[in-house]
Every structure is written in structure tokens, then in C-alpha cells.
Design a binder for this molecule. Structure first.
Ligand code: ZN
Length: 170
């Protein structure tokens, strides 16, 4: 279980894609190793062992800046973020469960699985389109950069387990 928001030394999450979360056990270990500062605690969550007791951190910050990987890997989740969970044919919003990846130029016609040839599509548009090429997405697919994805990610619902997280994520 990942319940602790991990921030870099600049107080921004170390990663947004996916959001940098660690388990409470890892947070306690980092604390003992003096690698982090706790910025917020869960008020009503205590963990106990035979000779110690502690509250569980909700937000922790690294003492030393960690390098960020700023690239946008092609993945289903990242592609849905680029398209804001919207079908690129009918423009309606969907949940992840109702969206599929659609190859603009079908695989059967030599289309590639790449940012520039794949869009989010709802099941109904996807089956209407099938192997045809005359149905075009509303906007041309493109390779987003990392910061573009992070900005879009912030417009979508990010996990928010503790009330203080929104301060650091937004
Ligand atoms: Zn659709």
C-alpha cells in the first residue's frame, strides 16, 4: 500500500507519472536513515512495535535533491492522459475502463504503435472504425513532452489520500 506522498527537496513530487507514493514502512525506514523530513502526519494512524510507536507520515520530503526523469514514455496510461480520457472521434469523456487504444493507421495496414499513430477511442467508435482509414481523429496525435503530460495530469484526478496532498500536487 502506498500512503505517503514523496516530495523532492524542492517540495514538488519526485514524479507525477505515476505520482510518487511510497509505503508507510518505507517512509519509516527513510526517517530512521535521516533521508527525509516529515511535512505532515496522519493524525489518527499509529503503528506500534514492541518497543516503539509512531504516527504515520502523510507527506515526506527528501533532504537531498533527486534527479527527475523528464521523458514521456509511451504507455496506455500516459496516452489517456495526453488525450484527457476523451475519445478522439466522438469527443466524449470516458473512464479508463471504457477507453481503448486506436491505431489511426491500422496495424494491418502497416500503422505503428507510437505516440503519432495512436489515440484514445471509446469502444463504440473503435468498432465503428475497425480497419477503415476514412474515420479521422478530431486532432492529430503527437508525442507530448513530459511537462505537457504533467500539466494535463494535474487537470485530471490525482490520488489524494490525505487532505494536505493537494497543497503539494497542485
Ligand atoms: Zn467515441
Amino acid at each position: 500500500m502506498s500512503d505517503v506522498l514523496l516530495l523532492n527537496a524542492d517540495a514538488q513530487p519526485t514524479n507525477y507519472l505515476p505520482l510518487s507514493l511510497i509505503s508507510w514502512k518505507a517512509s519509516i525506514t527513510y526517517l530512521w536513515m535521516d533521508k527525509i523530513t516529515v511535512l505532515d502526519w496522519y493524525d489518527d494512524w499509529l503503528v506500534r512495535s514492541t518497543n516503539w510507536e509512531t504516527k504515520v507520515p502523510a507527506v515526506v520530503m527528501l533532504k537531498k535533491m533527486q534527479r527527475r526523469r523528464a521523458y514521456s514514455r509511451f504507455s496506455k496510461t500516459n496516452l489517456f492522459i495526453r488525450d484527457l480520457y476523451t475519445c478522439q472521434y466522438c469527443r466524449k469523456s470516458y473512464t479508463r475502463r471504457d477507453l481503448t487504444l486506436d491505431h489511426v493507421v491500422p496495424l494491418s495496414r502497416g500503422g505503428e504503435t507510437a505516440w503519432e499513430n495512436v489515440v484514445a477511442a471509446c469502444v463504440s467508435c473503435n468498432s465503428k472504425k475497425a480497419n477503415k482509414t476514412d474515420m479521422k481523429p478530431k486532432s492529430a496525435p503527437y508525442k507530448p513532452d513530459y511537462f505537457d503530460l504533467v500539466a494535463k495530469c494535474k487537470r485530471l484526478d490525482l490520488p489524494n489520500k490525505h487532505k494536505s496532498w493537494s497543497t503539494y500536487i497542485s
